[in-house]
Design a protein. Sequence first.
Length: 724
Amino acid sequence: MSGGDVLPAGRGAPPDAPHEGGGLEQLAEELRRGLDGLGAHAGGLFLLNPEHVLELTVLVGIPREFAGPWERVGLTTPMPLADPVRTGELVWVSGQEGWMRRYPRIAVAVPYDFSLAAVPVRGGHRLHGSVFALWPGTQPASIPDRLRNGMWSIAADAGHALDRAAPGGHRPGPGPGPGDGPLVWSAPSPAPGSAAATERMFERLPEGVFALDIHGLVTAVTPHAARLLDTPASRLIGTRPWEALPWLRDPLYDRFRGAVISGLPFSGTGLRPPGTWLDFEVYPSRSGVSVRVTPTPVGRAPEAPPPEFPGLSPVDGGALYHVLHLATALTEAIGVRDVVDLVADELMPAYGGQALAILVSDGDRLRVVGHRGHPSEVVARYDDTQWVPSEPGALTLRSGQPGFYESIADLDRDFPHRAGVHDGMASWAMLPLIASGRHIGTCVFAYAQPHRFSATERAVLTSLGGLIAQALDRARLYDKKLALARGLQDGLLPHALPAVPGLATAARYLPGTEGMDIGGDFYDLVRLRRDSAAAVIGDVQGHNVTAAALMGQIRTAVHAYATADASPGEVLAGTNRLLADLDSGLFASCACLRLDPYNHVARLASAGHPYPLVRSPDGTVRALSAPGGLLLGIEADSAYPQTEFPMPPGTTIALYTDGLIETPGVDLDEALAGLSDELAHSGNLPVEQLADTLIARTHATGPRTDDIALLLLRAVPEGSTGSG
């Protein structure tokens, strides 16, 4: 395995990193030998820095430019390099399907067929970071025991070495200063054009080939390959072929990158100007790659050459990665809080920033909708302030032009009126947030130390600002719609249940957690004369404003019929006729109870609703499977028979909607049995506590796809009410 990079202990240096005077080189060599023993073609070591960000410190088998996007990784970033540090477990991902399933953001930016294992690195004193290795994607879906054991062994050796380099976890003496370039350390390689390089090449492929090291530099070229490329070998040796011959960009660069990362062969076809088509086959090994070049057979070459784009150079893999990665991540953001968290988690570690604030225009005011790393007093100073274009953030918002201030002096020069009024940072990137041509805000990315923004960094940050703006605009609209929808639904549900002598009550309502649509679940308790009450619970078909509005009409109808002293069956029959007359096209399930605590009896009628659960005073629980009628809204003349049952003091009735028991992948009978067992076990709790206990069962089943309504009714000694 040839070549490795030792990245510097400079900006935010990992505290455990040995100096480059031997310790880190020795660690890199030990890592290389360990990876070689496992048959891995590449790997590396990440160490935690004082900011609790993982920094790539040792890299083996991959050019630094390919790993550039991952040189700094936040611990909260969903990546296989950070997950082992958070969980303490080995991570294994094999093949493109595995990447798409577990880490789709990486699969988009690195669409190659490779396998990766990563484990945490621990010493006797602390958690140091993580170590990873790469293999071709032909590995099995589950990591072989040999590779699992080998990875843990490599991690243990690295942990011991880091402990020796920094006893007690103390940071060693200062390394290179901020801004220093990486210290590149490679194992000895044959000189370009040497006999040894040529020999290695011929060991891989016999003829019509040229060889590249893992950095993409040409180390050897056969005469036949030079003739096919129409370029002297002396001009190619020591260069990257896609830089020496720009027409090689498309057929070769991405294939080289894919072969180095995946360890698998790649192939492609390219046009040598003016009209010669060539086939390229890229074969990787641990010492580099060999490229076989042959004329494209007649009849298989494309009919017309692709358009020429003069002056283009290969895409910067790191810049492209950050754009693709953030774009993919932001598709997962729903609300404004999600956008802020994703931007902070992805950009701050990647670009070394220490603080972030997102400001939006709200009329003539500027509001901070999210921030990270700023003290609360700084946020309060800028939040809900008047929109003044002479302020840096407001100027960026108005002009739509980014502002990069590499020092406090730069900021004071452009805004002399605010000299001395700072946020504790030393450098700032002010990124305009423009969505659909509208200037909606500014993203302020700040550094605690002076920071130089390269041309590439400025371009990428500006592009990312556009992605952030689009996601933020969608998220703000989502939050507004969600607040409106939830407000509508909350307004249609009772704010409090009436007190009924001889009855203790409790109710809970939980909206679904997937999407923003509201549902039609409802419940109510209507106090009637003679110390009796009517209880109702139901679920309108659908999850939208129409369902919620219909729910409000049904609840109103039930309330009206019940207060007119109608029986439960009459209440449902009258409500059904109303729903049929409305011709909404929606149906509803409903259960109605007439409760008479004084005489210790209850009557039930049901319109296709889940059976209530009744807990007797002795603790037994049964589902009240009374005969029922059709769902409301199907047939206008449907009848709803009713059932009477005893309700002595101590009886608890649980009315609920199907969201409480229906979970994807869970058998409905098993779920109902589990709810019954919980009611039997916890039924002696006060009804408010019992309601919390029954609702808590839903949190263990993951995201809710449906709303949940729960109404508990307990017969208590005469004259008592409340939560007994």
